[in-house]
Design a protein around this ligand. Structure first.
Ligand code: PBG
Ligand code: ZN
Length: 326
């Protein structure tokens, strides 16, 4: 093996074209999914305080934003619904004329090619803010499953291309797959939030969606942050139940989890660069404490280097622009 002075690792760093030639990982706009908040009502476009640049849109206000996302060549959006009425069982989540079916139809009208992915979970729709049905102060796993399945069917019937269950109930992928197949939607993939941690980085999202749990927290269903072997078991289960794409969430504090999942399973792997990760960068950039463009592109590249194929990120529109010019 050559060593210094014959070997000089700096040789391949001398110019931009050389660096480009030996680059190991790249972010491509085709890897990105843009998450969007859809609020029930009309004429709404409200910026989310803790997520500058991210808005809640009502379905009738979506067309311009969707056309912009499409023109940037971002292939997919992920939709979160914020209903006007919340109740104990999250019944607005499975109303055929609910906010998400309306949004899907509006998006398909403005950008028929856009992949529409829907988040399937009850927490934005329940008055208590938990991801399932609460019985005696606990989220009841098995009573929640049929409601998630019902929600998934409704989204797909309205035109969703992929469904993404994010509730962390056991058996939810199986429940959703079974009902999709039964109703003739064998071709619709499931993107499962397989290793989803009980993370403080979801704070801004909960403000955006009004889904802060009214009692307790989500630790009895989302994963405990110190665990990684358990994440592999979660992923294994979801694959066994029929997941087509698996996800690790959040991304930055869990890059080791992304790497281990990548090395263990041959499935397309997504990572969710969550609301708190976005808010931190925005807050520092607004104060001029760091260079937003460089930090975002470095971060997205790190998520790819850890092993993700797909990145869900609120930075998607900016990143798409910056990737064109860098
Ligand atoms: C709903 C859901 C959450 C996120 C995605 N789907 C919130 C939560 O679990 O509390 C978080 C996304 C983000 O922080 O950007 N279950
Ligand atoms: Zn939830």
């Amino acid at each position: 093996m050559a060593v210094f002075p014959q070997l000089r690792l700096r040789r391949l760093r001398r110019s931009a074209p050389l660096r480009a030639l030996i680059r190991e990982n790249r972010v491509d706009v085709g890897d990105l999914i843009y998450p969007m908040f859809i609020a029930e009502g009309r004429g709404l476009k409200q910026e989310i305080t803790s997520m500058p640049g991210i808005f809640r849109y009502s379905p009738d206000q979506l067309s311009r934003e969707i056309e912009e996302v499409a023109s940037l060549k971002i292939p997919a959006v992920l939709l979160f619904g914020i209903p006007e009425d919340k109740d104990e069982t999250g019944s607005s989540a499975y109303r055929p004329e609910g906010v998400i079916p309306q949004a899907i139809r509006a998006i398909k009208k403005s950008a028929p090619e856009m992949l529409v992915i829907t988040d399937v979970c009850l927490c934005e729709y329940t008055s208590h803010g938990h991801c399932g049905i609460v019985v005696n102060g606990q989220v009841d796993n098995d009573r929640t499953l049929p409601l998630l399945a019902k929600m998934a069917i409704l989204h797909v019937a309205a035109g969703a291309d992929i469904v993404a269950p994010s509730d962390m109930m056991d058996g939810r992928v199986k429940a959703v797959r079974e009902v999709l197949d039964e109703k003739g939607f064998q071709h619709i993939p499931i993107l499962s939030y397989a290793a989803k941690y009980a993370s403080a980085y979801y704070g801004p999202f909960r403000e955006a969606a009004g889904s802060v749990p009214q009692f307790g927290d989500r630790r009895a269903y989302q994963m405990d942050p110190p665990n990684v072997r358990e994440a592999l078991r979660e992923v294994e289960q979801d694959i066994a139940e029929g997941a087509d794409i698996i996800m690790v969430k959040p991304a930055l504090a869990y890059l080791d989890v992304i790497r281990q999942v990548r090395d263990t399973f041959n499935y397309p792997l997504a990572a969710y660069n969550v609301s708190g990760e976005y808010a931190m960068v925005k807050a520092a950039a607004q104060r001029g404490w760091l260079d937003e463009q460089s930090v975002v592109l470095e971060t997205l590249t790190a998520i790819k280097r850890a092993g993700a194929d797909i990145i869900l990120t609120y930075h998607a529109k900016d990143a798409a622009r910056w990737l064109r010019i860098t």
